[in-house]
Design a protein around this ligand. Structure first.
Ligand SMILES: [Zn+2]
Length: 167
């Protein structure tokens, strides 16, 4: 956990950049804002549901990931292997699903795991996500208490290696 990970109240969302605010008392959000929250909630539910399908007989640590692109929501779960290095992460599975659906641009990412602290994408997955997600793309970390952390690709992977370096 780094200082760059912004803590938010359980179930709450505060994005100053998008001027979004969850309203607990008087709901003054616009229809547009409510639609955004609906999408975000769908992402949370999708990641939570797919986590249940994770194949993690060795670690017992199940993770679900949900990615939103133009085509919709794509999910993945971790799949372990008796040959440990051959296991794959939830984020990688979600990326594969997105590309198979014809999309190559990530709008938003949510990772769901149940642990004492928020679970962020591993280093390898940060690179995989950066292939399709710009520095401003929001990555939310969630668990049994809902979304507890919100960060961005730029914070997760500063000075990322990318296609620009290959030119
Ligand atoms: Zn990973």
């Amino acid at each position: 956990m780094t200082d760059s990970l912004q803590r938010v109240a359980p179930g709450g969302i505060a994005r100053d950049g998008l001027n979004l605010k969850r309203c607990y008392g008087h709901d003054r959000s616009t229809d547009w804002q409510r639609r955004i929250f609906t999408v975000k909630d769908e992402l949370l539910e999708a990641a939570k549901a797919v986590r249940e399908k994770a194949y993690a007989p060795y670690s017992g640590f199940k993770v679900g990931a949900a990615i939103r692109s133009a085509a919709g929501i794509h999910v993945g779960c971790n799949v372990e292997n008796a040959a440990y290095p051959e296991g794959i992460c939830a984020e990688g599975g979600a990326i594969t699903s997105m590309v198979a659906a014809g999309d190559t641009e990530i709008f938003e990412v949510l990772v769901y795991a149940e642990a004492d602290t928020p679970v962020a994408p591993c280093g390898g997955c940060r690179q995989k996500l950066a292939e399709f997600a710009g520095p401003d793309v929001v990555v939310r970390l969630a668990g049994a208490d809902g979304v507890t952390t919100e960060t961005t690709m730029a914070d997760l992977l500063p000075a990322a290696f990318g296609a620009a370096q290959l030119k």
